[in-house]
Design a protein around this ligand. Structure first.
Ligand code: NI
Length: 265
């Protein structure tokens, strides 16, 4: 699979559950902008065959290389960022939940889900956009996961799809995060306010902001339907580092705040 097709499939799957993303995308298109993706974020559990180590070869096949590791100890997450040799392709931010830090009950729920993943799908890029690869959990199991990890609960119902796409503010006509935020607020989009609307600063070389995730109502395994958080849209502006080149990394403090975009609230 080529990158263009990979991101096209990811995007189509993402907007199916994130209608706000298509509206925001169109808002910028209507203003004459050409949208460039700064990065796309993927989430998974640290259990084979869907842990980062198992799925990373799929990213390498697309032409990506590992860039930097990150740790979010309070959320039990490890992550890697990946850069493509073609700089016009988005960065990829891939995180995994270290399930050993959860209770035995939550661990066994997750192990039972992952045991149902068809191994064949994990050998194809489809794993990232073919939908949740295990049956829908019961509401009680979802609540059990939610009590320990918003991330685990999100993954249990959403599967491994793109968690968010990110508009590169650097590539907008007016490359200003404040202008983007003003526009979104005027259009009525709700923003993540954890640690302030703009996470980071020119001094940390990366400014980020995001909307709050959309909600959809899904039928749980026991028959009840409940609204759950789906995905959100992010905005990033990068600054040159002391070498004069645009900063390519991620700032853990920013990412830590952005993760809250899918909180149930
Ligand atoms: Ni992000």
């Amino acid at each position: 699979m080529q990158c263009e097709e990979f991101f096209d499939q990811l995007w189509r799957d993402y907007i199916r559950v994130t209608p706000q993303a298509e509206r925001i995308h169109q808002l910028f298109i209507d203003r004459g902008e050409v949208i460039v993706n700064d990065h796309v974020a993927l989430r998974t559990f640290d259990l084979a065959p869907i842990n980062i180590a198992s799925l990373e070869p799929l990213l390498l096949q697309l032409g990506y290389a590992r860039f930097q590791p990150y740790q979010f100890n309070d959320k039990y997450l490890d992550a890697w960022s990946y850069l493509h040799r073609d700089e016009t392709q988005p960065r990829i931010f891939f995180s995994e939940l270290k399930i050993a830090f959860l209770s035995p009950k939550a661990q066994s729920l997750i192990q039972a889900m992952v045991a149902q993943v068809p191994v064949a799908v994990t050998r194809s890029h489809d794993i990232f956009f073919a939908g949740r690869p295990w049956p829908m959990p019961s509401w009680a199991d979802y609540e059990c996961l939610l009590a320990e990890s918003e991330y685990a609960a999100w993954l249990s119902v959403m599967g491994l799809r793109a968690n968010h796409f990110t508009i590169s503010v650097n590539h907008l006509d007016v490359p200003s995060m404040a202008v983007v935020i003003d526009l979104l607020q005027h259009q009525g989009f709700e923003l993540n306010r954890e640690q302030g609307v703009i996470k980071g600063s020119p001094q940390t070389l990366l400014e980020q902001a995001s909307t709050l995730a959309d909600s959809i109502t899904l039928p749980f395994r026991d028959g009840d339907s409940h609204p759950v958080k789906t995905c959100y849209y992010e905005f990033a502006r990068r600054y040159p580092d002391e070498t004069g080149f645009l900063y390519q990394g991620f700032v853990p403090a920013n990412a830590n705040a952005i993760f809250h975009s899918t909180d149930r609230g």
